[in-house]
Design a protein around this ligand. Structure first.
Ligand code: ATP
Ligand code: BTN
Length: 269
């Protein structure tokens, strides 16, 4: 169904040059990386109805067995230097957030750097993986998902559960790719995130709120970072991202910290 509706339409998006659909796959990110290593073209898209081994950051898993979700990866061969590639995660988060607003009529909040929440629960996860001559942007969305596994039901939700309406996944995918295409084009020219700082910060759930920056040692040992005990950490004030995608925070001594996304997890106090 999805495949038939989309096949013609997807090639109207300028950066889409190759499309692969799967009913079930281990992980669309793994498949997209495999394609990249085999020399596939910039703009290769891998879409799956369900995944048996969906991945999050730092080796965590992303639940994506339900065929009510949208799971896909875009492989690009960007003409930007490797140190700027982490910015693509934020580009993708803004693209998905805008698309959800336009198609679903709700305003989600971005959890820096790579997740999207609605009513304090996670709806979208984004995983960017880079190789020497490619980057894969993987996006997983709980679209019409009706229930979740016990281990994540307190922290996960879906667009359906929040709005009471089933969303056409094809339409949402098209809008995300269209937003991503436009923001990506601007990013490649601008080479930093200055063009989206204002928009991104407007969508940032933690803007002007106190947050905890959780070091990686703690997140690595937890299956669900949302449930980590933060009582021993000092809260800092979140001032938003800068043009390099760092989260700028101010501590109680008025000192500024520029937090790099590779190293930490964020929790709102
Ligand atoms: P952070 O990104 O801040 O490090 P996180 O909790 O978002 O923390 P990620 O690695 O980004 O961690 O995402 C993986 C986590 O997302 C899993 O550990 C699980 O808690 C949660 N999760 C897994 N599948 C889903 C899903 N389908 N929907 C919502 N949340 C999920
Ligand atoms: C996260 O929550 O930290 C990121 C989750 C990313 C999930 C998507 S689903 C499509 C793609 N394939 C994967 O294995 N992961 C990403």
């Amino acid at each position: 169904m999805m495949r038939m509706k989309l096949n013609g339409l997807l090639f109207n998006i300028p950066f889409v040059n190759n499309v692969l659909f799967y009913d079930t796959i281990d992980s669309t990110n793994n498949k997209a990386k495999e394609l990249a290593k085999r020399g596939s073209v910039h703009g290769s898209l891998v879409v799956a109805k369900s995944q048996t081994a969906g991945k999050g950051r730092l080796g965590r898993s992303f639940a994506s067995m339900s065929d009510d979700g949208l799971y896909f990866s875009v492989m690009l061969r960007p003409e930007v230097s490797p140190e700027h590639l982490s910015g693509l995660t934020l580009v993708a988060a803004l693209a998905v957030s805008k698309a959800i607003q336009n198609i679903c009529g709700i305003t989600p909040s971005i959890k820096w750097p790579n997740d999207i929440y609605v009513n304090n629960k996670k709806v979208v996860g984004i995983l960017t993986e880079a190789g020497t001559d490619y980057v894969v942007i993987g996006i997983g969305i709980n679209v019409n998902t009706k229930s979740f596994d016990k281990s994540i039901e307190a922290t996960a939700t879906s667009i359906y559960l929040e709005t009471g309406t089933n969303v056409a996944k094809e339409e949402l995918l098209m809008e995300i790719l269209s937003q991503l295409n436009d923001l990506y084009d601007t990013f490649v020219v601008s080479k930093d995130l200055s063009f989206l700082v204002e928009d991104y910060n407007q969508g940032l759930g933690s803007l002007n709120k106190e947050v905890f920056i959780i070091p990686q040692q703690l997140t690595l040992t937890s299956p669900n970072p949302s449930l980590i005990d933060t009582s021993a950490l000092e809260a800092v004030l979140c001032l938003g991202i800068d043009k390099d995608g760092n989260l700028v925070c101010k501590d109680s001594k008025e000192e500024l910290h520029y937090v790099n996304s590779g190293e930490v997890s964020l929790r709102t106090k």
